[in-house]
Design a protein around this ligand. Sequence first.
Ligand SMILES: NC(=O)C1=CN([C@@H]2O[C@H](COP(=O)(O)OP(=O)(O)OC[C@H]3O[C@@H](n4cnc5c(N)ncnc54)[C@H](OP(=O)(O)O)[C@@H]3O)[C@@H](O)[C@H]2O)C=CC1
Ligand SMILES: CC(=O)[C@](C)(O)C(=O)O
Length: 334
Amino acid sequence: MVQVFHDQDADLAMLKGKKIAVMGYGSQGHAQAQNLKDSGLDVVVGLAKGIDDSWEKAEADGMTVMTVAEAANQGDLIQILLPDELQARVYAEEIAPYLTEGKALMFSHGFNIHFGQIVPPANVDVIMVAPKSPGHMVRQMFTEGAGVPGLVAVQQDYTGKARDIAMAYAKGIGCTRAGVFETTFQEETETDLFGEQAVLCGGVTELIKAGFDTLVEAGYAPEMAYFECLHEMKLIVDLINEGGLSLMRYSVSNTAEYGDYMVGPRIITEETREEMRNVLAEIQDGTFAKEFLLENQTNKPFMNAIRKQEKESLIEEVGAEIRALMPWLKKTRR
Ligand SMILES: NC(=O)C1=CN([C@@H]2O[C@H](COP(=O)(O)OP(=O)(O)OC[C@H]3O[C@@H](n4cnc5c(N)ncnc54)[C@H](OP(=O)(O)O)[C@@H]3O)[C@@H](O)[C@H]2O)C=CC1
Ligand SMILES: CC(=O)[C@](C)(O)C(=O)O
């Protein structure tokens, strides 16, 4: 059983007197920067003007904002929370020149280190603190006095304090309130990519869309299909999150529980499980990483097309209508 670390296992004093440069102010960046600042730590945000609106958002939130290069120059810890596909270029051009002896280079996903896109010098610490949660929940849970679970990993420990710094950072963003596991860059990268492709994002969205389409094609109202296949998913998963499959099965009807056991295996078949193993193999052997990097180096032709198609889909249209009719739905984010 892995060991879970909590607040008492981390010391914020490790970060006192250190400037933390958070590069990026998106999903993770805005949350981590604000949480660190609320934890009394010295934070600057590194961005680029004129891309989207993060610079303005960060300033409006009272952050000290500067260019990535300026923040890298000032930062003792450099936390890269840029899009994974952009990190290597920005690192080479704006961070590497200022990554001097004894600094800490940090990430919240191991992709660029594990797949060799960023190769730091030997005289720095290389650390990961990865919240196992979307960024917006990292911030919401923190403001509610709680936190989201996180992973910490040390790829390189030049100072001999890398783990302590990682644990202090995890405390600064609230993860030690929930609990922190130790892992490696390889394990976090491969499991995170697998989870987001085969289960959390890819798997769940395809399951929701397939169920929705089945009901709509059979003539049922799209609103009914939306509520059955999308809206209720969150409520069911909340129960699983709270108390495992057993709590969910305790809470749903006997009818639903029976259907769960009898029909579920017909939907997630051995072929599905075999395909999951194939997905993992393509992550482990670097096939996915190469495809992802090539897609982004060729101006994202697939992403741009599929994003447009998905945004214009019936399930998104119906969802927007329902959320407009039932604004309380937006309050059910936990
Ligand atoms: N999203 C999540 O919940 C999670 C993400 N992670 C990891 O965290 C990291 C960040 O991901 P995420 O927060 O989703 O990223 P987002 O896409 O949400 O945010 C990216 C940020 O980087 C800024 N940015 C983009 N290009 C540049 C540039 N050239 N120079 C300076 N700033 C730039 C963007 O600014 P602008 O808005 O102006 O374009 C934005 O503030 C990734 O490694 C990801 O894998 C890990 C766990 C969960
Ligand atoms: C929230 C999380 O960790 C994800 C889904 O893997 C991601 O956004 O990268």
